[in-house]
Design a protein around this ligand. Structure first.
Ligand SMILES: Nc1ncnc2c1ncn2[C@@H]1O[C@H](COP(=O)(O)OP(=O)(O)OP(=O)(O)O)[C@@H](O)[C@H]1O
Ligand SMILES: O=C(O)[C@H](O)COP(=O)(O)O
Length: 407
């Protein structure tokens, strides 16, 4: 990957009086009432936003929240309220992203003022991936770019997505890295120098991303072991011929991940000796955690595999004990429910003993806080983005900043 030194940063931007579109990643867990459940990702961007405000910028914040159709696909109004508290000054909010109302809200900013625009993914083009030139022609970019003098990307956690708000704006407006992006690139750009053996722990629910990453790190010889957990582990178990029962299978099908089972099977064929699968799983039985070895599966009809069990933890712990570097993304189970937090708690705690331990992800960070786990060498704001970077592959939103805008 090219050196991050090739990217302009806030040090290169003359901020006073400049209208700056700042892309942040505040994609966060959401409560049942549709408001923010955790503000860690907002806190991460406070330095960048405060610096731009203090230096007299006129700041328009761009961000996505959730995925279309998902429970966490909500407005950014409560994010704006929380940002206002974190920044210690009023932060505006407008329920538009590139319309007249949005342009007007941005044009009326005074030096040192900040407004949050609406969830970029409320517009279908933003949930598609494009080449930068094509992304620059989307309604979002052509609508908003005329009122921006500069674009700052601080959204490291979304930098693996080639979506309009990430690659379109810096194609037509001078682009700069914010402080979060800058420091993540500094820390994560050196994966090939970290101590071996390297163990990757792939948990959580974003199965296609995890399988992409697994292919890449196994093919390139970056990973000595890949430990699977969470929904990712469940998909690998099914790919290995284990009958996880209807509830887990239906969940995977409903998420649109059924085809991933074949991809996981191909990976097992090619690199099975380096991929570790759960040896037992926890289900909910009579309201309690109940652990079943894979030989005792399938569970009863409505029981889904919600966590890894003790045999798996012992097995994974042995591998982690010898690791030089551990890289983790995605909880090992549904840690939001107390009976299923154990896998995440124990696996992640064990990883902190490695000489180098790197962890990332939105829900992962919230799990670490909830479970009180500390001691990692680096906690990244990015999950999928950190993993992609740790495959030593370019991130589209970074490449476009390196290439510079069209004159
Ligand atoms: N066995 C399981 N069944 C269902 N959901 C699970 C299971 N294990 C973990 N999860 C869920 O996975 C979700 C988090 O996965 P996700 O891949 O989004 O992690 P993340 O840390 O947010 O990464 P990223 O930042 O890349 O999104 C949690 O909400 C958790 O409940
Ligand atoms: O949480 C993340 O990993 C980023 O915000 C990207 O979200 P996405 O996986 O929905 O694109």
């Amino acid at each position: 990957m090219d050196s991050p030194a090739m990217i302009d940063t806030l040090d290169d931007l003359d901020v006073e009086g400049t209208t700056v579109g700042v892309r942040v990643d505040v994609n966060s867990p959401i409560d049942d009432d549709g408001t923010l459940a955790d503000d860690a990702r907002l806190r991460a961007h406070v330095d960048t936003l405060a610096e731009l405000i203090e230096r007299g910028g006129r700041v328009a914040v761009l961000a996505h929240q959730g995925r279309p159709g998902g429970d966490e696909f909500v407005s950014l109004e409560s994010h704006a309220d929380r940002l206002s508290e974190l920044l210690g000054q009023p932060v505006g909010y407008v329920d538009a992203t590139f319309s007249d109302a949005a342009r007007e809200a941005v044009r009326s900013l005074e030096n040192g003022e900040c407004v949050v625009l609406e969830n970029t993914r409320f517009y279908s083009e933003e949930y598609m991936e494009f080449e930068p030139e094509r992304a620059a022609q989307t309604h979002l970019v052509t609508g908003l770019a005329p009122v921006l003098d500069a674009y700052v990307n601080d959204a490291f956690a979304a930098a693996h997505r080639s979506q309009p708000s990430l690659v379109g704006f810096p194609t037509v407006v001078p682009g700069y890295a914010g402080r979060v992006l800058e420091s993540e690139l500094d820390v994560l750009g050196t994966i090939e120098e970290t101590p071996e053996p390297r163990v990757y722990v792939l948990g959580g629910a974003k199965v296609p991303d995890s399988i992409d990453v697994a292919w890449s790190i196994l093919e390139k010889g970056l990973a000595d072991h890949v430990l699977t957990a969470g929904v990712v582990g469940n998909v690998f178990l099914i790919a290995d011929g284990v009958d996880l029962g209807d509830a887990s299978s239906d969940f995977i099908y409903d998420q649109g991940y059924w085809d991933e089972i074949d991809r996981a099977a191909d990976l097992l064929d090619a690199y099975g000796d380096r991929i570790a699968l759960p040896r037992d799983v926890a289900v909910s039985r009579d309201g309690n955690r109940h652990v079943l070895g894979v030989n005792a599966l399938p569970p009863r009809g409505d029981e889904a595999a919600m966590d890894i069990g003790d045999l798996t933890l012992e097995y994974y712990q042995r591998i982690l004990d010898d690791a030089g570097t551990v890289i983790l993304n995605g909880p090992a189970g549904v840690f939001e429910q107390s009976e299923f937090e154990r896998g995440t708690r124990e696996l992640y705690s064990a990883a902190t003993d490695a000489p180098t331990s790197i962890v990332g992800g939105g829900d992962t960070a919230s799990a670490l806080r909830r479970l009180g786990i500390e001691g990692f060498s680096h906690v990244s704001t990015g999950g999928g983005a950190a993993l992609r970077m740790l495959t030593a592959e370019p991130l589209p939103a970074v490449t476009v900043l390196e290439n510079g805008h069209r004159n």
